[in-house]
Write a protein that binds this ligand. Structure first.
Ligand SMILES: *Cc1c(COP(=O)(O)O)cnc(C)c1O
Length: 375
């Protein structure tokens, strides 16, 4: 098994409450509780639940007024949802390579990709580990760019003392069942610059000022802007709230799983040149994921096959987007060697709350015995 959603116990009760409240559309009691939690705990200026992280990034793209002719700077080694919202709005993507030591965008490669048409920098905090945000913020200020953080994997993680998702103009989180806290499908947009808040509420509510109406600030609502339906049912929020209440416990458990992997694997870099996750001093580890970076595609394939035979399920991750099927023939930039290397060599280990110590020992022992015999 590679991933198994963890249920904290109160999910079904809260869903039942949401149903009994007879307020099962968006922005009910549980949605408000979730918003409050994120705003209080992480001091995000404004939080709005969305139906997914993909939708949160789409909202950010609309709020940033991305349009045809604009250019967006983004890493190539990421999920399609980091990019799609900008393509949908007609923008062109300038793909930037990953750092050599980990998959995050190489902050030193950004400036040479900035042109007069650049509108925004999208960063992805891969595995919940922060990008080098001071450097990126300096560039955004110098060239007047918007920063969007794809913080899908980055709940409860920090850059220096700042929570990820709260540093750029916008942040986007995912509560997909593969993330640390979940609601099946689900997401959150953070709006960290006051001037976008009012419009964010409108865009999320199909271009209407219904949010203001529900707060009693106006006596009828109407169509005032473009928009779509980005808000989830309160049933989803009820599920999420049960998870949020157990965030500390979930994080403690995940960090102990992560540490056990790290401890168990720490000879691999010295003996076999296999890389373990690198966490820069400015970043915290939210234990979203544990991965290894093999020496070659062939080595990774052999490792996956060997582990599979022993009942251990390892999986690789993203294909660099600049070499995806969609981008074939469209990408005109230079080779992105680190992104391609992570595409070919990175492998993820089983990682979920209910992973027990015996199973984890089996994963560690199988990987080590693979390397003992691999030439
Ligand atoms: C999971 C993930 C997404 C997509 O999240 P959804 O909630 O499924 O839309 C986007 N970006 C990254 C980096 C992710 O890991």
């Amino acid at each position: 098994m590679f991933n198994k959603p963890h249920f904290t116990g109160n999910e079904t009760q809260y869903i039942k409450n949401a149903v009994l409240n007879t307020k099962i559309s968006g922005d009910g009691m549980y949605t408000k509780l979730c918003h409050e939690f994120f705003e209080k705990n992480y001091h995000f200026k404004k939080c709005l639940l969305t139906t997914s992280c993909t939708d949160a990034i789409e909202m950010a793209a609309i709020l940033a007024e991305v349009k045809q002719g604009d250019e967006i700077i983004a890493p190539s080694y990421t999920f399609v949802s980091t990019i799609n919202p900008f393509i949908l709005r007609g923008a062109a993507i300038r793909f930037v390579d990953s750092r050599a030591d980990q998959p995050n965008i190489d902050e030193d490669e950004i400036e040479k990709n900035i042109t007069a048409n650049t509108k925004a920098i999208v960063v992805v905090h891969y595995a919940g580990v922060a990008c080098n945000m001071n450097k990126i913020k300096q560039l955004a200020e110098k060239y007047n760019l918007i920063i969007i953080e794809d913080a899908a994997q980055a709940i409860d993680s920090y850059y220096l003392n700042e929570p990820l998702g709260g540093i750029g103009h916008f942040g986007a989180f995912s509560f997909h069942e593969t993330k640390n806290i979940i609601s099946g499908e689900g997401g959150l947009i953070t709006i960290n610059d006051e001037k976008y808040i009012e419009r964010a509420e409108i865009i999320r509510e199909k271009g209407t000022n219904r949010s203001k109406f529900f707060r009693g600030e106006i006596d009828k609502y109407s169509w005032v802007d473009i928009g779509s339906s980005f808000l989830p049912s309160d049933i989803i929020a009820a599920f999420l709230f049960a998870q949020i209440e157990n965030l500390k416990d979930i994080q403690t458990k995940r960090i102990s799983i992560w540490n056990k992997y790290y401890e168990g694997m720490k000879q691999l870099p010295y003996l076999y040149n296999v890389k373990l996750p690198f966490i820069p001093l400015y970043a915290t580890n939210n234990a979203h994921m544990f991965y290894l970076v093999c020496n070659s595609l062939a080595e990774r394939q052999a490792l996956i096959i060997y582990c599979k035979a022993a009942g251990v399920h390892l999986v690789f991750h993203y294909q660099s987007l600049h070499s995806s099927t969609y981008f074939t023939g469209k990408y005109m930039g230079k080779e992105l060697l680190n992104a391609d290397r992570f595409s070919e060599c990175l492998v993820r280990l089983p990682f979920y709350y209910d992973l027990n110590e015996n199973d984890q020992d089996q994963v560690i022992n199988t990987i080590i015995s693979f390397y003992k015999q691999y030439k």
